[in-house]
Design a protein around this ligand. Structure first.
Ligand code: S3P
Length: 173
């Protein structure tokens, strides 16, 4: 593996768990941008949203993305909103091979509704409001996600295996 792999996609699509499993296959390190943000601010993502608001969070997120400079090719799971702010998606494409985990609203809703309180974008919302918000942000962000080099449409069983197979085909990564 000669380049970083950067996973993008909506909250609930499985970026973090896929990053972990992919790292095992590629025998490399994996990182999660939200975790890096929490580590460097000593606050949870929910706390940051609460204390500073989304706009400031996006600035911190952008800085953290640019700060992520590791020598060894690794896997990075971004936050669901990362590609849609500033020039982050172009930046992602400049630093590695981007992979979009594409999921429809039903898939995302089913995964998010059980854990919504861990996600500030959805906490405190009713079922109907979560659905509305999901469809709104998906519509806003699709443009950015679609700039990814590779797209995998979920659900796919053992998605990491397929990504591994595709990306290592012809030694392209
Ligand atoms: C966000 C997604 C979250 C996190 C923050 C904002 C979003 O990451 O960065 O709560 O705007 O979609 P996940 O996609 O890992 O949930």
């Amino acid at each position: 593996m000669k380049q970083h792999i950067v996973l993008v996609g909506m909250p609930g699509c499985g970026k973090t768990s896929t990053a972990k499993k992919l790292a095992r296959l590629f025998k490399c390190d994996w990182y999660d941008l939200d975790m890096l943000i929490s580590d460097s601010t000593n606050k949870s993502i929910s706390q940051l949203f609460e204390d500073l608001g989304e706009e400031k969070f996006r600035e911190i997120e952008r800085l953290e993305l640019q700060k992520w400079q590791v020598d060894k090719p690794s896997i990075l799971a971004t936050g669901g909103g990362t590609p849609a702010f500033f020039d982050n998606m172009n930046y992602i494409n400049a630093i590695g091979v981007s992979v979009y985990l594409e999921a429809n609203e039903k898939f995302l809703y089913d995964r998010l509704s059980s854990k919504k309180d861990e996600r500030p974008m959805f906490s405190g919302l009713s079922e109907g409001d979560i659905r509305v918000k999901l469809s709104k942000i998906l519509a806003q962000r699709e443009f950015f996600y679609k700039k990814a080099k590779y797209t995998f449409k979920l659900p796919i069983k053992a998605i990491e295996q397929l990504i591994y197979k595709e990306l290592t085909r012809n030694n392209s990564i």
